[in-house]
Design a protein around this ligand. Structure first.
Ligand SMILES: [Zn+2]
Length: 321
């Protein structure tokens, strides 16, 4: 039997050992090469686009000869105002892509010896950057659709006499949300956070190109899909696949990863940021057969092409906790 790709040497193309052995200057060169790919790593002013600059002595900073502004390889990107070194930032990305079931901010803060707050915001910036890879892309072809509920856990009371029926609306926290996933076969996984799975019907009509073919399970709200779209159904109480491609196994595989991520890493997810974890799991799922170095540099490229995030820039200054 052929060796699984993830067991091969090619799957391990970047390591923390190499990043730290090569040091800060090499890490900075990596950032420059990826940020300014078009000029072969030569700095381009993020303010005026001028390519003439002067390196400032003993600092990783350039001064633009056009507008006189000072900038670095991360100015104007999602990493703007960073305090972490290039080496630590590259190591953080390496750990982040190696963690195939996601990573908690606490775990990353221990790996990097930084504050939990720093790791929390850094992880969320990376999630925002990776989601931008397919934002606004229409879906097409064969698409598997499904939903799964996350969050809003109600802890049962200690004494049986005090326990409530956790299925009843009046006993719920209002924090439970559904993640809807639309997974293209041989394509990408798009996720949406909604209040009920039935909202997936409207989402599917809005984001799928004409001629798309859907695969869904037996849940009755998916009946409405067939009104506007071609939809095949699989009844999971009968079988997981009817053969001939009628199944939703690929979208179930995405949910398996997301469930493991939430249960094993985050433990608790807020409805506010659930979309970030869903996007993260989708990205990991879609790139699971790429080497860790390719994933790290693709993510770094996405982050360096992503503008400053209004959500995550100055997060702790606005949200003092
Ligand atoms: Zn300039």
């Amino acid at each position: 039997m052929a060796q699984h790709f993830l067991l091969s040497r090619e799957a391990r193309s970047l390591s923390l050992k190499t990043i730290y052995q090569n040091g800060e200057e090499a890490a900075r060169d990596t950032f420059k090469r990826i940020r300014w790919e078009a000029t072969g790593g030569e700095p381009v002013c993020p303010v005026c686009g001028c390519v003439e600059s002067k390196a400032i002595k003993n600092r990783p900073t350039f001064r633009c000869l056009g507008c006189n502004k000072q900038y670095t390889a991360t100015s104007g990107t999602i990493f703007a105002s960073r305090k972490m070194s290039y080496t630590d930032l590259l190591a953080a990305i390496c750990i982040f892509v190696n963690s195939v079931k996601g990573i908690s901010a606490l775990q990353l803060s221990r790996d990097l010896d930084c504050q939990h707050k720093t790791a929390f915001v850094l992880c969320h910036k990376l999630r925002e950057a990776l989601a931008a890879e397919i934002a606004n892309e229409a879906l097409g072809g064969e698409i598997e659709i499904d939903g799964a509920y996350f969050g809003g856990h109600i802890r049962p009371a200690n004494n049986k006499a005090n326990r409530v029926d956790r299925r009843r609306v009046e006993n719920q926290t209002g924090k439970r949300r559904v993640v809807l996933a639309l997974r293209e076969r041989a394509g990408r996984t798009h996720t949406f956070v909604a209040n009920s799975e039935a909202e997936g019907v409207a989402i599917a009509s809005a984001v799928a190109r004409n001629g798309s073919v859907f695969y869904a399970d037996e849940a009755s709200h998916w009946d409405a899909l067939s009104a506007n779209l071609v939809a095949h159904r699989i009844n999971h109480s009968e079988a997981y696949s009817y053969g001939g491609g009628v199944h939703t196994n690929q979208v179930e595989s995405f949910f398996s990863r997301l469930r493991l991520m939430v249960a094993g890493q985050h433990h608790h997810v807020s409805p506010q940021y659930l979309y970030q974890y869903a996007n993260h799991a989708a990205w990991l799922e879609d790139h699971r057969r790429r080497s860790n170095g390719a994933n790290a540099f693709a993510l770094l490229g996405g982050a360096l092409n992503h503008p400053v995030s209004p959500v995550w820039k100055g997060y702790w200054q606005r949200n003092v906790k």
